[in-house]
Design a protein around this ligand. Sequence first.
Ligand SMILES: [Zn+2]
Length: 322
Amino acid sequence: MPLDGAVLDRAAHRRAEPDLVRTLRTDPATRVVLVHRGRLALAGASPTDGVALLDPADLSDVGVAADEDQARWLFLGEGDGTTYVALVLPDDADAEEVDIEGVDASDPFAVLARERSWSGLRELVGGLDAPLAGLATEAVALAAWHANHTRCPRCGGRTTVENGGWTRRCVAQGVELYPRTDPAVIMTVVHGEGDDERLLLGHAAHWPERRFSTLAGYVEPGESLESAVRREVAEEAGVVVGEVAYRGSQPWPFPASLMLGFAARALTTDLRVDGVELTDARWFTRPGLAAAVGSGEVLLPGRASIARSLVEDWFGDRLPDP
Ligand SMILES: [Zn+2]
């Protein structure tokens, strides 16, 4: 699956090493990816140039090494003799006021935020090989957790970052907090056999015109994955699902989803879209889908998505891009 790239060793046993991040920041075998508001610093001007992997010395040159805020540094893992960390810039690093008031024109985070080109993960991933895609996904996902969980969910108090960025701890209560991932199910829904076999695709209200894709939805508390698949398909399209088989998963850190992919067999074919999440749904035979995609009548989701992988898994081949 795209974005997976489980090639990097996350080396979880190292996270508790004393002064881990501080040590890595002076190690020439370290490479640093920069994250700013969910985007990654690029090696060049365009996403096709890939993600910047900075030498710690590059950061010292702009003055970052003097910053001792451990909370901005996330230990990502190791591979091929290189250790990878992420540096998360403050959200307002590129704020105009920094210059206007002349307060911090030499703020290293402001310098980094402005001198680099940035890209979201989705625009990048098609051009990254597996280890880098996995690294980039891990960095963005972990940074998003920190950005959205600065306070303790129990008491609202301040938390501090520990374990190379893999835990936070409530200062008042001492409770350890772990990064969260929200499970979501995404599924092909198929009816019939042989030449009559058809795939259900839907069009969501907020999508571009002609975009059709698999149905999907979040798993609710106290619900199994199989039940979530059946509930979502019934709610959104009015179709009853029987057998549900797991096909694979994909992290989707926008900000914190894990997409769990299934192939579901439909027991009914009448469509009744809910009009809220889905505004259209259709059944496609394989030749029908190929023709609709070829003519541009149907726009499938991009190659960075598990939805595309699931559709092509059913289709049995790659489908053309627009
Ligand atoms: Zn607390």
